[in-house]
Design a protein around this ligand. Structure first.
Ligand SMILES: C[S@@+](CC[C@H](N)C(=O)[O-])C[C@H]1O[C@@H](n2cnc3c(N)ncnc32)[C@H](O)[C@@H]1O
Length: 272
């Protein structure tokens, strides 16, 4: 189906008509997710990647039992629960907007009340001791507060020496320019920096050793997988509402993007 046809027929498109472009992420490739269904990997996660991206990040920080992790911008704290359940880490699920009482209900349901603490917290006002955390984990959130030049020097104070920070977020393969086609623009586009930009942003501080900063090899596929999940979750009529605009925008953007301009990056840094 071509783009014009999709625009004309949306939301009355059968998913199978788009299947070739929307294969599900192959869950059997992820040993960590053996106890989860594909649906579980997306349910409640606020952004693309779901527990697939979480697993890639967890491998990077080398999560282990007892590790103190700050899940910064944790949203519905599904990532915090995964870190606690699977790796027995001690996690602070911190978010500015998501109600910690709602997260506490999720934590109780997942039976990880001894390991995950939900708090309402602004990333600019971290109420913990300096050097307290072994790792900071930021999935789909760092771009909302961490693009300022001074933020990293604030955040690393709360990490122990050798502690790791792992970030994964949407990005563009190159920085935005006046030539970037408008269909690639989104609400938060101005913070979708290229991996090269992030590398410089971190390295120039002199506070961390950068261990990894690259496009995720399956960034576009992770994003498509989220769109597939949303399409499967939302009935076509519901897709007429605001959510529908977002889904249609993402379908058109991703299907147009044969150059893989819209993708994801992952960054891993260690405090010096
Ligand atoms: C796209 S959501 C991702 C949530 C979660 N990490 C996930 O993957 O499902 C971004 C989250 O960042 C949080 N956030 C934005 N600015 C923040 C700030 N200054 N301090 C703490 N959290 C913030 C938002 O409330 C939101 O829940």
């Amino acid at each position: 189906m071509n783009i014009e046809e999709i625009k004309e027929r949306y939301p009355d498109i059968e998913l199978k008509e788009l299947s070739a472009d929307f294969p599900r992420m192959p869950i059997s490739d992820y040993a960590e997710l053996s106890e989860y269904s594909w649906e579980d990997c997306h349910k409640g996660v606020l952004g693309a990647g779901g527990l697939f991206l979480t697993s890639d990040m967890v491998r990077m920080i080398e999560a282990k039992e007892g590790m103190r992790i700050l899940d910064l911008g944790a949203g519905n704290c599904l990532t915090s629960i995964f870190l606690a359940k699977r790796y027995k880490a001690k996690v602070i699920a911190a978010d500015l907007r998501v109600n910690p009482s709602e997260n506490w209900n999720r934590i109780k349901e997942a039976k990880v009340t001894d390991s995950v603490i939900p708090i309402k917290m602004d990333a600019y006002n971290i109420p913990f001791a300096k050097g307290y955390f072994d790792a900071v984990f930021c999935m789909n959130s760092y771009l909302y507060f961490g693009t300022g030049d001074l933020y990293l020097s604030y955040l690393v104070q709360f990490l122990r020496r050798g502690g790791r920070i792992c970030i994964a977020s949407p990005c563009y393969a190159h920085e935005l320019s006046s030539e970037t086609p408008s269909e690639f623009l989104e609400e938060a586009s101005v913070a979708y920096h290229s991996p090269g930009w992030w590398q410089h942003h971190f390295e120039k501080t002199g506070l961390v050793n950068l261990l990894h900063c690259k496009e995720h090899p399956e960034g576009r596929e992770l994003w498509l997988d989220m769109v597939r999940w949303l399409v499967e979750e939302c009935h076509p009529r519901e897709r007429d509402e605001g959510m529908g605009d977002m889904i249609l925008h993402d379908i058109l953007m991703l299907l147009n993007d044969r150059q893989r301009f819209v993708t994801y990056f992952m960054l891993l840094a260690e405090k010096k």
